[in-house]
Design a protein around this ligand. Sequence first.
Ligand code: ATP
Ligand code: XMP
Ligand code: GLN
Ligand code: MG
Length: 520
Amino acid sequence: MHTHDHDRLLIIDFGSQVTQLIARRLRELNVYCEIHPFNIVTDAFLAEFAPKAVIFSGGPASVFADGAPMPPKGVFELGVPILGICYGQQVMMQCLGGKVERGHGTAEFGRAFVTPQTRRLALLQGWFEADREQVWMSHGDHVSEIAPGFEVYGTSPNAPFAITGDIERNFYAVQFHPEVHHTPNGSKLYENFVRLAGFRGDWTMGAYREEAIQRIRDQVGSGRVICALSGGVDSSVAAVLIHEAIGDQLTCVYVDHGLMRKNESEQVVGMFREHYNLPLIHADESDLFLGKLDGVSDPETKRKIIGGLFIEVFERHAREMGGAEFLAQGTLYPDVIESVSFSGGPSVTIKSHHNVGGLPERMNMQLVEPLRELFKDEVRALGRELGLPESFIGRHPFPGPGLAIRCPGEITRAKLDILREADAVYIDQIRKHGLYDEIWQAFVAILPVRTVGVMGDGRTYDFACALRAVTSVDGMTADYYPFSHEFLGETATRIINEVPGINRVTYDITSKPPGTIEWE
Ligand SMILES: Nc1ncnc2c1ncn2[C@@H]1O[C@H](COP(=O)(O)OP(=O)(O)OP(=O)(O)O)[C@@H](O)[C@H]1O
Ligand SMILES: O=c1[nH]c(=O)c2[nH+]cn([C@@H]3O[C@H](COP(=O)(O)O)[C@@H](O)[C@H]3O)c2[nH]1
Ligand SMILES: NC(=O)CC[C@H](N)C(=O)O
Ligand SMILES: [Mg+2]
């Protein structure tokens, strides 16, 4: 379980779509927390985890349905503060002797307003400065009778017990979701809760860095570690942290598959060799990858070929350097969270996102994953703490298969060259207009169509390209970025003027879902 002795908060997941946001809000308050699904949280688990406070998430079930998810009974005997949210409120009331019902006029979806009762609650410090507070609701059932010991501190039109609390036991339960953006004062509520629970706010990146370094040393001893380094935020931060811990026992392998962006290899390899003096193998494998991809147009086949070659290349270089006992990976907390799934079956594979996942088994190595407790923005904070240049920390995510999936259909070297140039102009435009940090990801895709144009009174017959730019919090959903027409016009003109091979520029305004961020 946990590997350090910070104050710990346990979030019991009942399957809400927004459970991860609870963790985000708490981490922002320098509180260490973990999410675990209700079905693995037993009394024994609680004893080992020893939380200083517990939060019950929302969830899609109804507490009065057969087999409704329940917390372990012992959680109420721990003597620590508990906060229940939505389903979490309902299940807390049911367990402690209250009642939950579904009936006419008990649903609320979306924005609602809570008005206070006359009694004051420390949990609500800073709330109700106006006479009502905006919250976000998403429930069909509601508490119809509160459990003994509880009082009501706020009501909304369809939730008479929107805010309830038992001050004696420090149990609180709310019907709305304070973790979402649409509850503007929601963070305040979490802040009050962790203050009441006595958290010291001891989860800082400075402390994390020291502890992570010690843990890496303890795990690795005098062994050798190799790390696949893409120059992306995750693998870069992992590499620098591990290098700080064990120095030259770490070797990084950067694979140039011929599908990187303009000047990317020079930038990544240069930065790591110059600033960190870190043992780094620059594997130029573009002939191998592009050769095997020749004539391939199916997106999943491309991914499989690239994934297989990554492993092959990596194994070869590892053998050449005499092998290693450990493999470092930039696994993050969202990859680790085992969330409750109510879908009841295997979900559909939209895309098989590649990582070097097949490696540890094939090469019989142990994993070193120093970022597995962190969210992406915490990884960035750690990168800053480690002194990585801002130009690396702020980089947009870049997929493992690189430009292969931004070149729908068959890949040719000529198309890749055009794509690299167009992408460089586009990103330059975005930076010049100061928009880079507002955007989650931006890139050009070169389309497998040629169109007719007229330039300098002559006919052209060149490729069309699509610009893509999206905002997102986690890549799971996304909106297209609302550039001004002026920006788009100027960018199209520059690309057509500066990039031979392209004579038409379009802007992709599809959100995700129904689209995806990449074109393949
Ligand atoms: N060109 C590459 N050379 C070596 N390793 C790579 C390369 N591309 C991807 N990888 C490995 O695959 C992992 C997954 O890639 P992914 O793009 O998800 O993460 P990242 O590149 O570290 O960060 P980011 O999400 O910011 O791009 C990387 O962490 C890295 O270990
Ligand atoms: O390492 C990766 N290997 C892949 O095969 C892959 N496909 C998409 N992505 C990245 O994942 C995020 C979501 O992308 P999609 O909306 O296109 O699925 C976006 O950030 C994409 O860039 C990949 N990353
Ligand atoms: N968002 C939730 O937690 C919903 C709880 C419960 N299923 C309801 O509809 O009231
Ligand atoms: Mg990447």
